[in-house]
Design a protein around this ligand. Sequence first.
Ligand code: AMP
Ligand code: ZN
Ligand code: ZN
Length: 315
Amino acid sequence: MKCLKCGQRACFEIRRHRAAFCQEHLIEHLRTQVERAIKKFKMFLPKDRILVAVSGGKDSLALWDILLDLGYDAEGLYIHLGIGSYSDKSCEMAEKFAALRGATLYTISLKEIFGEGMEYIARKSYKSFCSTCGLIKRYVMNLTAKLGNFDAVATGHNLDDESAALLGNVMHWQVGYLARQAPNMPERGGLARKVKPLCRLTEREMAAYCVVKGIEYILDECPMSEGASSLKYKEALNLLEASSPGTKDQFYLGFLERGQKFFKKVEEEIELKNCLKCGQPTTAEICSFCRQMERIGFDPLALKNAIQEKMSGIE
Ligand code: AMP
Ligand code: ZN
Ligand code: ZN
C-alpha cells in the first residue's frame, strides 16, 4: 500500500476514501478534513475565540491540537466530574497536553464547588447517570463560553458518535433531536454556538492521529457508560461499514444534506426564555440544571459564581 500523496509506504488506510497515507500525509489529510468541515459548515472564523471542551480522550485532544496547528485561538475547558480515578487520570491528560502546547486550560471541578462529584449527584437525581452528567457538562460548557466571551464551544464528537446518535434518534423518532442534531448549532437565545469539527472523521482516525503526533490520552471509556445504547448503535454501524465502506458518511452527511430539512419545523416551535434562578436559556420557568441542583440541596448559583471567578482571572 502506497501513500496517496507521496507514493512512499503507507501506514494507514482509509477504506471509505479508497486512500492510504504515510504518517506525515495522514496528519496533513486529517487537518485538511477539519479545516474543510469548519468552512463547509461555517463553524467559525479565523479571528474567533474557541473554547475546546476536552475530556482527556483522543478526540478532543486531537481536535485541540489541530485547531492550534491551524492557528486558531483555542483555549481548553476540562470539567472534573469526580468519577473516581477515571476523572483524575483524564484531568492529568488534559493538563499535560495544555502544558506541552503552552495552551490555556480552565478546569471546573464539581467536588471543589459542591463538595461532591457526579456519583453523589447522580444517586440523588431522578434521571440516569449519563443524562444528569450530560446536562451538567452542557450547562458548564455553555456558561463558560458565555462568561468567557468565547465565540464557540467545540467538542470532539466524531463521525462514529454522530452517526450512532443519528441512528438512535431515528430508531426512537426523536423528531426534536433530529431537528437539532447538527455539526454547527448557531448561537440562539443565550445558548453559545456549539460546533463539532471532527464530524467527518472516525474514532480510528483520531486514535491514529494521537499515536503519530505522540499525544497521550486516556484509553479507558467512562466507567459509567458501560451498556449505553450508543455503544450498541456504534457496533451496528461498524458492522455495516465493514461490509460497505462509506456507510456512516452516507447516513450522516446524507441526513444533513437531504434529510434534516423535514424535521426543521419542529425546532422552530421551541421558544427559549431565561431561567428565573440562573438566567440561562430554558424552555421552563426554572432550567433543568437548577431544578436538579435544588432537589439535591445544592445552590445552582455556586457553579455560576465559580465559573465567573475563573473567567475574570480572580482565582
Ligand atoms: P462524550 O460525551 O464523553 O462522548 O464526549 C463528547 C465530547 O464532549 C468530547 O469529545 C469532549 O469534547 C466533551 N467532553 C466530554 N467529557 C468532558 C469533560 N469532562 N470536560 C470537558 N469536555 C468534555
Ligand atoms: Zn506520504
Ligand atoms: Zn437555571
